[in-house]
Ligand binder design. Sequence first.
Ligand SMILES: Cc1cc2nc3c(=O)[nH]c(=O)nc-3n(C[C@H](O)[C@H](O)[C@H](O)COP(=O)(O)OP(=O)(O)OC[C@H]3O[C@@H](n4cnc5c(N)ncnc54)[C@H](O)[C@@H]3O)c2cc1C
Length: 394
Amino acid sequence: MDVLVVGAGPAGMALAAACGQTGMTVGLVDPNPDRPWVATYGTWSPELPDHLPASVVAARADGRAIALTEHRLGWEYAVLDVDRLRAHLADQFTGVTTYRGRAVGSPEHGAVALADGSTLRAAVVVDAAGRWRPLSAAPSRSVPAEQTAYGLILDEQTVTPLAKPGEALFMDWRADHGEAGWPTFVYVVPLGHGKVLVEETSLARRPGLALSTLRRRLYARLAHHGITPPNDARTEKVSFPVDQQRHSGRDVLGFGAAAPLVHPASGFSVAASLRLAPQVAVALAEHLPGHPERALAAAQETVWPAAAKVIHRVRRIGLEALLRMPGAEVPGFFERFFLLPDADRWAYLTARDDVGGTVSAMASLFRESNWRMRRHLILPALMPPLLTNDEAAD
Ligand SMILES: Cc1cc2nc3c(=O)[nH]c(=O)nc-3n(C[C@H](O)[C@H](O)[C@H](O)COP(=O)(O)OP(=O)(O)OC[C@H]3O[C@@H](n4cnc5c(N)ncnc54)[C@H](O)[C@@H]3O)c2cc1C
């Protein structure tokens, strides 16, 4: 087998499909490869790769954000139809064999040990097992910084006091939930078929803010806007780390959230995975089957060019600044962020290898900030990562 992909989430399936399309033989292993995806995956429309058919997008909407004031972002937001995306990727499976199993390690180059004692072998192994990344030895922080959110799926008409049909509310930082303490925002996106996801979100906290707090705030916020959700409304619960180090596997490629391709300022990774998958496949195919080491190195370089490594580091510093920022200052910080020139906002939120754009965004933010905010932005770069936010009252 040329490539073995561990993990059949969006990243693993996209990469397995792309590798198969180049003519390579591919294995895809997951404890439950047929499990339907249930999370709501959204992203900015221009981030989606051109090769994706329009049918995998469930809804599109104009992006809006509220920090201290309201901002029309001028960007379109897209919410994916996860069933169609999954079916589309599965349809591309040429030369892909699916295995049911849980990877527990990679004892040697090209080998993956499974929990049942068996071993799968391939010229190149990819760990696309999301936050679990069983083939990485990179130390995880004992207390991870996590994005957590509690959401309800409601009828579009019910939610109009917060977002009109055709609108996506990327962030609304108003404390309409009536609580002081850790800052949270509401995220409202259309899902298609007249449904909307309304989600109270803690962007990043070490450890993640409790779902019970988010649920309480969501109900209070909705009540503030005169919205009473039905008792049987479907829920979405979100919790994933945003501060994982780069995948350590010297003999393994980390891909997707396992890489991690997760942007700490949004939590997004799916669009980046879908975009990179065909590029990684081409890099691998150029050197396989003859040169597995060169294939792995070329794929690593595709996922982590020098610029992306720098930006990963810079984004981690930005995350630490946010974790240390006094809660009351956070909406003001985002107000300044949303007032930045469009190109700066776009570069910071999306481009993972545009060092110039990211630095320009950070420089603009610094220039536009008062001295108190500048201190909050600079000092964390000189300090070790925060151990925990738990001392602070919620
Ligand atoms: C509820 C929710 C909503 C989210 N919303 C968004 C969003 O709107 N936009 C966005 O970009 N991101 C979003 N994210 C964050 C992130 O992008 C997702 O977590 C996304 O699923 C990552 O895709 P992935 O394929 O890299 O990993 P995953 O989807 O986590 O897939 C990993 C796969 O690996 C398998 N696996 C785990 N351990 C093993 C093992 N030992 N051996 C073999 N297989 C294993 C799992 O079964 C799973 O199928 C959201 C996350 C959650 C939880």
